[in-house]
Design a protein around this ligand. Sequence first.
Ligand code: PXP
Length: 262
Amino acid sequence: MANPLNKPLGRLRLGVNIDHVATVRNARGGAYPDPLRAAKMAEVAGADGITAHLREDRRHITDPDIDALMANLSIPLNFEMAATPEMQAIALRHRPHAVCLVPEKREERTTEGGLEVAREENSLAHFIAPLREAGCRVSIFIAADQPQIEAAARIGAEVIELHTGAYCDYHAEGKFAERDAELERLREMSAYAHSLGLEVHAGHGLTYDTVKPVAAFPEVMELNIGHFIIGEAIFSGLDSAIRRMRSLMDEARNETFGEGVA
Ligand code: PXP
């Protein structure tokens, strides 16, 4: 399953993560702003899917948010969760289109690293089996690290999401040599994961300034972007922020592979 033509494998999808609409709502309690309303707007603006992370501490998205998203969305929900029995039971009750397993530490501000798959191979293989049987696409959020990718393929995940956080941090800090090295690692590992039969997604920390090089990887099929889009929505509105991100993704594909290939 190599990609010898170095052409995109399909249209690049944009998943909009709405967690931080819930962060703003929860800052005051109550019901405003409503993540479902943001998700519906994202749908109109061209999002291909919605991502929401139900954290163990429910710091942003809550159980009723997941109920509302499942009941009202007409685009797929990518349900991010930790690999815990509680979350597995919730996922099996809802059967979202996709389940993305992420590491979770109570004290972290955001998902800091990729999941450690290689060390937890047996337990994760057991964990994902019922999710796959329930019809969920299982995705694993991992660093661009060959042993982790190989372990994800062995346990039967269909998708990996590569963690772009380090690449984006280096860019923001002006460490351009490190940024470029990380980008190269992401590029190589996208191709490698695809060669093992995995579908490749990417996300974390992406902005207007960092999205295009990742969108230009031919094997990447989906980007999941949240914090920057919701932040940018304060200045330009959610619809405009999503449309701009979408058009940068399309530009990257067209500039790299030629008009009409993306
Ligand atoms: N992908 C995964 C697996 C994540 O955990 C997150 C953050 O919740 C994102 C993408 C989106 O990251 P950001 O909010 O930094 O765009």
